[in-house]
Design a protein around this ligand. Structure first.
Ligand code: AMP
Length: 178
């Protein structure tokens, strides 16, 4: 494996100004995903703080959380549970709505996705305002599972998502303050 560090991971995140709306600069992680060493390092770093936490399930948030979470689950030797946009999961679901800048969105989980015996790590690519992450934590706790923490590749610190997460052990690999 080539030498690879967190600084190089940062160079593989592409800023796309004005996507999907003019006021957002999108953090495009596809260059990082395309690089095998970067993908390996990023997922190992997300898993690392939770290696001794007895995690039984990794929950990934649709859509880009689905790319990272199953790899993190393999690193930790546990299972994966999808948190999906409404209407996508086939079995009985629990729903959690959350506020977007304009309007509401929601996430769903299968009612048997996690349970009281599970210790769950929540994974997504980016935390921005924290609304999506809060919905994910509420779904997991709502099924009586233990939320061990949350791991993200990118934290947009200027949007303050971390401060809105109540008692969640949040780790991010790359932070951006503007
Ligand atoms: P939020 O609910 O505001 O914390 O937004 C987090 C969710 O929206 C994550 O699932 C991200 O995939 C996505 N997201 C928000 N802002 C960005 C951004 N600037 N670049 C890429 N994805 C973003």
């Amino acid at each position: 494996m080539k030498a690879m560090d967190v600084g190089r991971l940062r160079t593989l995140v592409r800023d796309v100004p004005g996507f999907p709306v003019p006021e957002v600069t999108f953090k495009d992680i596809t260059p990082l995903l395309a690089d095998p060493d970067a993908l390996r390092l990023a997922t190992k770093l997300i898993a690392a703080p939770f290696e001794d936490s007895g995690v039984t399930m990794v929950a990934g948030i649709e859509a880009r959380g689905f790319v990272l979470a199953p790899v993190v689950a393999l690193v930790l030797g546990c299972g994966f549970v999808p948190l999906r946009k409404p209407g996508k999961l086939p079995y009985h679901t629990r729903k959690e709505e959350y506020q977007l800048e304009y309007g509401l969105d929601a996430l769903e989980v299968h009612v048997d996705g996690v349970g009281p015996d599970d210790r769950v790590l929540l994974v997504d690519d980016v935390i921005a305002t924290g609304g999506t992450a809060r919905a994910g934590t509420n779904l997991i706790r709502g099924l009586d599972a233990e939320l061990v923490g949350m791991g993200v590749l990118i934290e947009l610190t200027f949007l303050g998502g971390r401060e809105t997460l109540d008692g969640v052990d949040l780790y991010s690999i790359l932070t951006y303050d503007s």
